[in-house]
Design a protein around this ligand. Structure first.
Ligand SMILES: Nc1nc2c(ncn2[C@@H]2O[C@H](COP(=O)(O)OP(=O)(O)OP(=O)(O)O)[C@@H](O)[C@H]2O)c(=O)[nH]1
Ligand SMILES: [Mg+2]
Length: 400
């Protein structure tokens, strides 16, 4: 008795082939996808790089984003004015009484400004920008550790921005600050590949989410701010102590006395200025924090096959800062370095070395000095970084 073999019909064969082809196509598509992870401390410039990539490769911003930006940018301006007001009031310089009253509103009752109707708010902001003390602040400062960097771009543009029919330009969108919460992804075609670019929040509370995205990462783009060498945050122990004891507003506490919340992020970072009275042991330099973070990312087992790109960002802000501040005052060890002058090239090479010291012998790190707000230069740097990443990626694929 012969066994009955069920012969597949032509239709079934065709269906099978179709499924096989689709699976192969999916596999190829997947291989073409390259995963880039942007990591780094808060305010380093990660999201700014994403915005530039969207602008260059992904059709730019849509209308809804542009409308939202009108309010976000105005909020950025109010927050910056708050910091500037606090600085001027603390400085104790002579100010006219009527101006002092307005400075006090910006410094300590910002919500009053935020609650105004649009016309009143715009008038209030427009009057404020012509105060002698405010104009003087922006005449003498091109950056300040307590004041968000973007206000130095926005201030000369306020005549255009503080009007009812304001429409943000692309440059305005790039300079706008919005702290990243959660994890965001964009993808775009690049050469023969699809790049998945993942942006995370850099605040300490956000960092615990990162690990969930570490698998299959082709390249880590670690972004750091070169210019944060004069900024401090409370170290973890001090922050816990202060928060637990509810002393956040106690002016007798020497650390809190010099702490002012900035728009860097409203949730957890208080950026501090070191003062003679501050307890240095409780302060963590933000550049040092960034170096430590880089070391811990490098050590992560999930990332041992990833390519590491270090973007030493905000080079324009660093250049300004070095005209007013001595790097050695913040990093005394710099005195032992080659020729420890205050020149941009020497300082940046020292900073680059600080990051490299954390790398193991066989881990290659490619670094770039960047200004993420400059579209042309970030496009150029991104392309050069991709040349290396793709080469390493193809070498790895061949080895598999
Ligand atoms: N002048 C200057 N400003 C920059 C540069 N890069 C970024 N910025 C500004 O710095 C601010 C912070 O940049 P973001 O890209 O939001 O920083 P981030 O790393 O995403 O910060 P988190 O989302 O908090 O992790 C924004 O206002 C940017 O416009 C730069 O190279 N030069
Ligand atoms: Mg961000």
């Amino acid at each position: 008795m012969g066994s009955a073999v069920c012969k597949p019909t032509d239709e079934a064969i065709r269906q099978n082939q179709k499924i096989d082809n689709e699976l192969r196509k999916d596999e190829k598509e997947q291989q073409k996808k390259i995963k880039f992870l942007l990591l780094g401390i808060s305010d380093a410039g990660k999201s700014t790089i994403v915005k530039q990539m969207r602008q260059i490769h992904d059709g730019g911003f849509n209308d809804t984003e542009i409308i939202n930006a009108i309010f976000q940018i105005r909020q950025n301006i109010i927050e910056a004015f708050k910091q500037v007001s606090i600085l001027i009031l603390k400085n104790g310089s002579k100010i006219a009484e009527n101006e002092k009253a307005v400075l006090n509103v910006f410094a300590y009752e910002t919500s009053k400004v935020e609650m105004m109707n649009e016309t009143d708010e715009l008038t209030y902001l427009n009057d404020f920008r012509f105060f002698e003390c405010i104009m003087d602040f922006f005449r003498t400062n091109k950056c300040h550790p307590m004041v968000p960097d973007n206000i130095f771009y926005f201030f000369p543009e306020l005549h255009r921005i503080l009007v009812t029919n304001y429409v943000p330009t692309i440059q305005d969108m790039i300079h706008m600050r919005a702290t990243t919460l959660g994890v965001h992804e964009i993808s775009f075609d690049f050469r023969k590949h699809v790049i998945r670019l993942i942006d995370v929040g850099g605040q300490k509370t956000e960092r615990r989410k990162w690990i969930h995205f570490f698998e299959g990462v082709t390249a880590v783009m670690f972004v750091t701010s070169l210019s944060c060498f004069d900024q401090f945050v409370l170290d973890d122990t001090a922050r816990t102590e202060i928060e637990e004891e509810g002393k956040a507003t106690d002016s007798s506490n020497p650390v809190v006395l010099v702490s002012w919340e900035t728009s860097l992020n409203r949730i957890e970072n208080r950026v501090l200025i070191r003062s003679a009275s501050s307890d240095a042991s409780k302060l963590l330099n933000r550049l040092q924090d960034s170096v430590e973070l880089f070391k811990s990312v490098l050590k992560n087992n999930f990332l041992h096959r990833s390519c590491f790109m270090l973007f030493l960002n905000k080079k324009d802000v660093l250049e300004h800062k070095l005209k007013a501040l001595k790097f050695i005052d913040y990093f005394p060890d710099y005195s032992k370095y080659l020729i420890p002058d205050n020149q941009f090239n020497t300082v940046t090479s020292y900073i680059d070395n600080m990051f490299r010291k954390g790398a193991g012998g066989n881990q290659k790190i490619y670094s770039h000095y960047t200004q993420a707000t400059d579209t042309k230069s970030i496009d150029y740097v991104f392309n050069s970084a991709c040349d290396v990443i793709f080469q390493q990626y193809l070498d790895n694929v061949e080895l598999e």
